[in-house]
Write a protein that binds this ligand. Structure first.
Ligand SMILES: Nc1ncnc2c1ncn2[C@@H]1O[C@H](COP(=O)(O)OP(=O)(O)OP(=O)(O)O)[C@@H](O)[C@H]1O
Ligand SMILES: [Mg+2]
Length: 386
């Protein structure tokens, strides 16, 4: 069987750069060597692409040295600059080697870049222009899923319960933060969660229980995004997560539960403290579990996601309210992350999950290629200008 060449993209110009390195390492280890040849592609914090067996080590060590060259600890890093031309005919990486450009043919791209310039539709746009099959959501699904404000509007429109929210341009937050804090507290009460809408891993997120904390959280979130989201804090929230797989016919895993080691599931509780617990399946009454699974698929479809996504819910212990919190289209993917673990719990082990994601990428690409992309007008009206 001819091996498929998979370019695995990691790192990126994102607040979640480090998280991506760990996710991608795990994906590359789990991809079946009897089926795939892996081309590691590291994107450094300035957004430059590097490929080669040393690309991961290069980024783990912090990427380009001050002179911008590929060196690690003073030694030559075993990787080279590369890029993907937006040229549909090529479907290849161009690698700079000794003043020439070498072509590395690619069958499928597996983006494992979380957050900005990886999960937000921009990378997906390049992959569409290059006409390369790629894993995960397309341009539109990625863009709306990344933006928590747009996401909430579409979910609300689809009748899916979302916590009450307001949002403000960061330019306004910088000039009238006290006024905005008063407005938000008036409209939504306290406590509140404040977020930069286009990020992940809880970067820039704060919980405010007082006016002063609200003002500080607004200022902080405005550092990371051009708008700021303020939302109702679900009281005594249980964190329920569901994994979804598929293109236009998606299905959901069993729900799992996260028990954060901090007051809320912040960056340290996710990646540093190593003290948060994942319970699979979540201890829920059957009807609630079924409702959450159905809502997860509905939410996935409402954003026109494809391939994969992790759908996060907040279930109040005190009020019994259930809300969707958000969808992540490139979820954490280490072997201990919720997404692969939830599918393992329903009988789809990690390597097989990756095989299915690659197959979904190729199926979508084939469907898109079958679409008519040009139109032949009856008359040559467009030539009249000559
Ligand atoms: N409205 C809310 N009510 C209660 N807790 C909340 C609310 N919004 C966020 N949280 C808490 O903050 C955490 C991070 O929020 P959220 O999932 O929106 O951010 P994220 O940065 O996109 O995270 P992820 O790493 O899952 O992509 C949640 O897991 C939860 O602990
Ligand atoms: Mg998120």
């Amino acid at each position: 069987m001819k091996l498929k060449t998979i370019a695995v993209l990691f790192g990126g110009r994102s607040g979640e750069h480090e998280v991506s390195l760990v996710s991608a390492e795990s994906v590359m280890k789990a991809l079946d060597p009897a089926r795939y040849t892996i081309v590691p592609v590291g994107v450094d914090k300035q957004g430059r692409w590097w490929t080669g067996p040393g690309a991961m080590a290069f980024l783990r060590k912090g990427g380009p040295s001050v002179d911008g060259g590929p060196s690690v600890d003073g030694g030559a890093a075993d990787c080279a600059p590369c890029f993907l031309p937006a040229d549909p005919g090529r479907r290849a990486l161009l690698v700079e080697k000794g003043g020439t450009l070498e072509e590395v043919a690619i069958d499928v791209v597996f983006p494992v870049i979380h957050g900005t310039f990886g999960e937000d539709g921009s990378l997906q746009g390049l992959l569409e222009l290059a006409d390369v099959p790629y894993v995960g959501a397309g341009v539109a699904g990625s863009a709306v899923a990344m933006d928590k404000v747009l996401q909430k509007r579409l979910h609300r429109d689809a009748g899916i319960p979302v916590p009450a929210f307001l949002h403000y341009p960061s330019t306004e937050v910088r000039v009238r933060v006290e006024e905005i804090a008063a407005e938000a507290e008036e409209a939504l009460g306290l406590p509140l969660f404040v977020k930069p809408p286009n990020l992940g891993s809880s970067v820039g997120i704060g919980k405010a229980t007082t006016r002063a904390e609200l003002i500080a959280a607004l200022r902080h979130a405005a550092l990371f995004d051009r708008k700021v989201l303020v939302e109702y804090a679900v009281p005594e929230a249980r964190e329920i997560e569901v994994a979804v797989l598929g293109n236009q016919d998606p299905f959901a895993s069993v729900p799992g539960e996260v028990v954060p080691s901090n007051e809320f599931y912040d960056y340290d509780a996710k990646y540093v403290d190593n003290a948060s617990a994942l319970l699979i399946p979540a201890d829920l009454p059957d009807d609630m579990a079924d409702r959450i699974r159905a809502l997860a698929v509905q939410a996935f479809r409402a954003l026109e996601c494809e391939g994969m996504a992790r759908v996060d819910f907040l279930l109040s212990r005190s009020t019994g309210e259930l809300f969707i919190n958000e969808i992540n289209t490139i979820p954490g993917f280490t072997s201990i992350s919720m997404y692969p673990k939830l599918f393992a719990a329903v009988g789809i082990p990690y390597p097989e999950l990756l095989d299915r994601l690659v197959a979904l990428a190729e199926r979508r690409h084939a469907e898109q290629r079958a679409l008519q992309r040009s139109y032949t007008p009856k008359s040559d009206w467009h030539r009249s200008g000559e």
